[in-house]
Structures are given as structure tokens and as C-alpha cells.
Design a protein around this ligand. Structure first.
Ligand SMILES: *Cc1c(COP(=O)(O)O)cnc(C)c1O
Length: 489
């Protein structure tokens, strides 16, 4: 007899109801959530429920109050930051896993797919020589990769930094355009945020390799532990690819761990026009990529790839634990005649929980698997080429217009530009106001960034819903608002 108050069945009925409101949301006919917050916010901000309203009323609230006031992120005209809405296959796969395999361990179909999808992802990103582990996002993926780097660097000095703690801080080299999760990783790993040595970039925002070389040489004479060199395969600000090959050569020359942050841009390797820029990737000791960016997975999926997962195990193991009885079971099995697992609980499968910082974790590979099953490598390639083409078109339109200035040309799917006019006194302030007005219209939703100190409008095309015709729309909207603003000056 069921005594628990929670509904544990009838997914078909409720998923269908939610599905209808989600489909409706995805028509993007609704205003921004804050436009009429007075109509919903107070209805949500209620005291802690004592009795609960039951599943039917709950689903009703989700459908009527919550979903219609969701995020602008999946909107096709949203081109801010580097984030996107999930495609249908990824939503279905993620939902399926949440029900049918709430953990990634134990030998289930989901567990097999976890590894298979990592192999597929490595192959399509040009790092088939590496083995992976999923985590929640680029932040954690960088942390895991640099944890591997730390382990490797200090083991060479005769220490186990994960077991014994750090004896002395070590240096990580990264460009001034690196994602700041590199610094945070250095902080968490006990290396120290300030020990990330920032290497200057050229005008386009790519690492100056001569400066890198000099920095390494001067630290080598000081006998400091050199932990890693980080290259960007697609910077967050401008989508630039560092000179991967040259950086790889320098790292190899000095025997320093070579990490490539490709959270956003690694799948850019599928665009044949850019392939050459990824040369050197095969020398990477670690690489990260975020399937929740260009692949369109529901948020919470990143992958770290390394040459040697045993190193990650030494960096991140929690040591054997009694409550993980199955790991002991697998060892006992070595002494018994019956070694082959015959039940999904006989074996945890690949110990991903020892390769990173999460024990309980969702099956993330299922989303990557579903996306690639659905559209294949060619489908993804087509998306990436289309988005890179959009940034190139934007660059072309902006270069051709007398009132627009390109601040950063298109390499991947980002192009930075601004409105200019001889009458504008403070361009940064003008751009800020123009951008706010643009956002308030709720038609085109790019973000901004600084390019060599100048504020720029920064669209990043990444979502499966982003199509070529949006580029002209954004350009026209910026010109229109810029004209209105200069006329009323
Ligand atoms: C987005 C991004 C990250 C951080 O990834 P999250 O998934 O947001 O944690 C790290 N590095 C680069 C280059 C990125 O673009």
C-alpha cells in the first residue's frame, strides 16, 4: 500500500501537460518575465507549505506562473554570454535519465552510454587520444583538468599534493583573455589565484607566445613549480583561438602540462575553414568542452579530457569508503571464480566519481549521445558553420556601414561592434545606453564586453534556434536606436 504523499507515477499525463506549456513558451510570444512581475511574483513568494497543494495544483502553478515567466536564454534572438536553450532531444534524454538512471554509476545502459558519448565527443573534437569525465560545467571541468595538472607537476617533485597538501605554490600561465574560472580553480586547488600568471594578448585577443616563453624562462630560474599552460580554443569575450600549436611547443619544451580551454570553441574544429587553428591540440594533456554550449545540451554538462584518467583518480579520490560497498565487492570478485558482473549492481562501472569532485551525479552522457544520434556530426558541423557565418556576416554589414565600427572581427561565432558618430563624446557611455535600450525592446538580446578598453555590443551565436536572418535584424535595430539617440542629443 502506498503511504507516501508524493505522486510517483502518471508521468505521461503530467509530462504532456508541462510539454504543452513549454511548447507555448518556445513560441516566444510572451513579454519578458519582469514586464508584468506584479502579476506573478507575489503569487510565488508564499510561506513554506505545511500541507502541500498536491500534484495537480502544483503542475497548474508550474504551467501558469512559472514557465511563462521563464528565462530569455532559449529565445532565438538571445545572443548574450555563451549559453543557450536545450534542444528537444537533450530535454528528452535528460528527463529519461532523471527517472530511469538517477546515478551515473552501476552497469546500466546509461552507464555504458556515459563512456560511449565521451569517446564520440573526443573523436569529433579531434582529441580521440584522450579519455573523459563529465561534470556540471566549464568551471568544474577546468578545475578537474588543473587538478590533474597539479597532481602531475608535484608528483614529479616527489609529493602527492592531493594526499599531503601543497608544499609550495605553483604557477599557471593563462592569457589575459582567459576565463576567470582558471583563477578560481587555482584558488580551490590551493595554488592561489594570484599565482595564475597573466600573459598579455595581441590586439585581436590571442596569447602573445613570446611573452609566454619569456615568463616561463624567468620563473624556471627561480625554481618555482610550473603547473600548467592554458590556451583558449575560443575566448569567451571575442571567440578567438590562441596560437595552440606554438603554445603546445613551448609547454612541451619546458615539460609543463598543456591545458586547452575549449568550453565554448572546441567544436569549432568542425568548421574546415578553422581546422588549421586547432593544430597542436593533439599535444594537449587536458582539454575541456561544454556540451551545454554549442551542442545544445540542457545546462549542466561539461567534459574534461585527459591522457591518463588514473592521474585524475589520484588527484580526486575520496579513498575507499565502506558505504560504497560495490567497490569492495569488485575487489573481492577478483578472488572469486565468478568475475563477470551479472547484475548491474555487481560493478560501479568506470569510477567517474573518483575522477572529479562529485559522487552523486546525473547521467550527462545521455544528452550528448541523444544529440549526436539525432543530428550526427554533420548536423552539428552545419550548425557551427552557420553560426560562424552569422558572425562573419555581422562583421561584413558593420564594416560597410558608416555608423558602425567593428571592434573585434569574427573568428568563431562572436563579432564585437558599436555605433559611432562624430557627435558622440563618450562612446563607452553611449554604447552602454544604446545596449540597455536595445535590451528593453526585447527583440534582440546580445551582451556587451570590453575590447581593448572599448565597450562593444557582443552577439554570440550559439543556439540551435539562431538563424542567419537575425543578424540583419540586430544590425538594423542598433542603427535605428543609434540614430534616435544622436538626433535627440
Ligand atoms: C563558458 C566558459 C567557461 C565556464 O563554463 P561554465 O559551463 O559556465 O561553468 C570556461 N571557459 C570558457 C572559455 C568558457 O567560455
Amino acid at each position: 500500500m502506498k503511504t507516501d504523499k508524493a505522486e510517483i507515477n502518471h508521468l505521461a499525463k503530467y509530462l504532456q501537460e508541462i510539454g504543452h506549456s513549454l511548447d507555448n513558451f518556445l513560441k516566444f510570444k510572451h513579454p519578458d518575465a519582469l514586464t508584468d512581475s506584479q502579476n506573478w511574483q507575489h503569487k510565488i513568494e508564499q510561506p513554506l507549505p505545511l500541507d502541500g497543494i498536491g500534484i495537480d495544483k502544483l503542475v497548474q502553478e508550474l504551467n501558469q506562473l512559472v514557465i511563462p515567466n521563464g528565462s530569455p536564454v532559449p529565445n532565438p534572438n538571445f545572443s548574450a554570454f555563451i549559453t543557450t536553450g536545450a534542444t528537444t532531444s537533450s530535454v528528452l534524454a535528460t528527463t529519461a535519465a532523471s527517472v530511469a538512471s538517477p546515478q551515473r554509476y552501476l552497469k546500466t545502459a546509461f552507464n555504458f552510454i556515459e563512456e560511449l558519448s565521451l569517446l564520440w565527443l573526443a573523436e569529433l573534437c579531434g582529441v580521440a587520444n584522450l579519455r573523459g569525465v563529465y561534470s556540471s560545467g566549464g568551471s568544474v571541468a577546468n578545475l578537474i583538468a588543473l587538478g590533474g595538472a597539479r597532481q602531475s607537476a608535484y608528483e614529479k617533485l616527489g609529493y602527492d599534493p592531493a594526499a599531503d597538501g601543497l608544499t609550495s605554490p605553483g604557477i599557471i600561465y593563462a592569457s589575459e583573455e582567459c576565463h576567470h574560472t582558471i583563477q578560481r580553480s587555482a584558488g580551490v586547488l590551493g595554488l592561489g589565484r594570484k599565482n595564475v600568471q597573466i600573459i598579455p594578448c595581441d590586439k585581436l585577443g590571442r596569447m602573445d607566445v613570446r611573452a609566454l616563453s619569456q615568463a616561463i624562462k624567468s620563473n624556471a630560474t627561480l625554481n618555482r613549480c610550473q603547473v600548467a599552460v592554458v590556451a583558449n580554443a575560443g575566448t569567451t569575450n571575442r571567440g578567438m583561438i590562441d596560437p595552440v600549436y606554438e603554445i603546445a611547443c613551448i609547454a612541451r619544451e619546458h615539460e609543463i602540462w598543456f591545458h586547452v580551454d575549449g568550453a565554448y570553441g572546441l567544436p569549432g574544429i568542425l568548421d574546415d575553414r578553422l581546422k588549421e587553428k586547432y593544430k597542436g591540440l593533439e599535444h594537449a594533456d587536458s582539454v575541456i568542452v561544454d556540451p551545454h554550449k554549442w551542442l545544445g545540451a540542457a545546462v549542466g554538462v561539461a567534459a574534461t579530457f585527459v591522457k591518463d584518467r588514473e592521474l585524475l583518480q589520484r588527484a580526486f579520490t575520496q579513498e575507499p569508503a565502506d558505504y560504497l560497498e560495490g567497490s569492495a565487492l569488485a575487489q573481492q570478485d577478483n578472488h572469486s571464480s565468478d568475475k563477470e558482473p551479472a547484475h548491474s549492481m555487481d560493478d560501479f562501472g568506470i569510477p567517474y566519481f573518483d575522477y572529479g569532485v562529485e559522487l552523486s551525479a546525473p547521467c550527462r552522457g545521455i544528452a550528448v549521445w541523444a544529440i549526436l544520434k539525432e543530428i550526427g556530426l554533420y548536423g552539428l558541423k552545419q550548425r557551427i558553420i552557420r553560426h560562424n557565418e552569422m558572425a562573419r556576416l555581422l562583421e561584413k554589414l558593420a564594416s560597410a556601414h558608416p555608423n558602425l565600427e567593428v571592434l573585434s572581427p569574427a573568428e568563431l561565432s562572436i563579432c564585437c561592434f558599436r555605433y559611432v558618430d562624430a557627435s558622440i563624446k563618450d562612446l563607452n557611455q553611449f554604447t552602454q545606453v544604446l545596449h540597455r535600450r536595445l535590451i528593453r525592446e526585447n527583440q534582440f538580446l546580445p551582451s556587451t564586453t570590453k575590447v581593448n578598453g572599448e565597450l562593444a555590443i557582443r552577439p554570440c551565436y550559439i543556439g540551435a534556434r539562431a538563424e542567419l536572418e537575425q543578424v540583419e535584424g540586430l544590425v538594423n535595430a542598433v542603427i535605428r536606436i543609434g540614430k534616435e539617440m544622436t538626433h535627440s542629443q
